[in-house]
Design a protein around this ligand. Structure first.
Ligand code: ZEM
Length: 271
């Protein structure tokens, strides 16, 4: 694994970016790792981070992936400096390094992903659009999407805690604003705010989203589902009170997510 140390150092070196969002591309890199993995379908065993298929149509043009071309471009110089690493490993490693650099937990990351051939002639191996969650929908949809990947309710809530970092961009998703006051620090603030703030529909012409009384922070309808669903809500309250528990569960769930559909031989899977 020592081989990956210089790559990790180079990723750390590009996270700070004056003028971009909150002077950091770290949240964007986490979203790239998540969207490249979150296409996994446990039934057909298709999608997932293996292959780095987001480089190709139709995945590259999925509306859900708007803005992630920037994330891929930010990582391209690192790929060129270390050509031996696959895009699929680089994108998932980027998310893990970003989380740790923002003060989050260490994520179990195992290399070994391969890249789908760029001479791709058919789209058969590329997941269809529409596999990623729709923020305008509620708990049934959220469960359907994450059960398809093989997650349970507790893991779903832990994963959604990633909205403690980053922000929404109107030109990418139609939504706007950050979830917390510290969008470049990985904490359990998302759960603290979700469970205590008086969230109200934002008064604007855009899609339904929720805001705090000062209209500085936001929650997506799918985030509110975590508060309104009794099972999800129980876990959200646990994480609001116990940061260490959230970190432990998040690290396990994120590590599992970036490994979905990655072929592992017996030796590696025991690591
Ligand atoms: Zn997000 N996410 N996400 N997410 N997400 C956005 C941004 C970020 C949903 C969703 O629709 C959106 C997970 C789950 C779900 C991150 C990580 C993870 C945005 C804003 C939307 C609309 C995009 C924009 O405008 O730039 C939905 C519906 C989800 C499930 C129900 C999971 C799981 C994540 C990781 C574990 C991150 C880090 C961002 C912030 C990106 C940025 O550029 O700041």
């Amino acid at each position: 694994m020592e081989k990956y140390t210089p790559v990790k150092e180079d990723i750390k070196g590009i996270l700070g970016r004056p003028g971009y969002d909150d002077d950091s591309i770290a949240p964007l890199l986490v979203r790239l790792a998540w969207h490249s993995s979150g296409t996994y379908d446990g039934m057909s065993k298709t999608g997932g981070s293996n292959g780095a298929t987001m480089r190709f149509h139709p995945e590259s043009n999925d509306g859900a992936n708007a803005g992630l071309d920037k994330a891929r471009d930010f990582l391209q110089p690192i790929k060129e400096k270390h050509p031996w690493i696959t895009y699929a490993d680089l994108w998932t490693l980027g998310g893990c390094v970003a989380i740790e650099s923002m003060g989050g937990p260490q994520i179990p990351w195992i290399p070994g992903r391969t890249d789908r051939d760029s001479n791709i002639k058919t789209t058969d191996d590329i997941p269809p659009n529409g596999r990623l969650p729709d923020a305008s929908k509620g708990q049934d949809h959220v469960r359907q999407i994450f059960y398809r990947m093989g997650f349970n309710d507790r893991e779903i809530v832990a994963l959604l805690g990633a909205h403690t970092i980053g922000r929404c961009h109107v030109e990418r998703s139609g939504y706007t604003g950050p979830w917390t006051y510290t969008p470049t620090r990985f904490t359990n603030q998302y759960f603290k705010l979700l469970t205590t703030v008086d969230w109200q529909p934002k008064k604007w012409d855009g899609p339904l989203q929720y805001v705090d009384p000062d209209d500085e922070l936001m929650m997506l309808p799918s985030d509110m589902a975590v508060l309104w669903d009794p099972e999800f809500s129980k876990v959200a309250h646990e994480y609001a009170k116990d940061k260490d528990l959230f970190f432990k569960d998040f690290a396990a769930a994120f590590g599992k997510m970036i490994d979905l559909g990655v072929p592992r031989n017996a030796h590696v899977s025991k690591l």
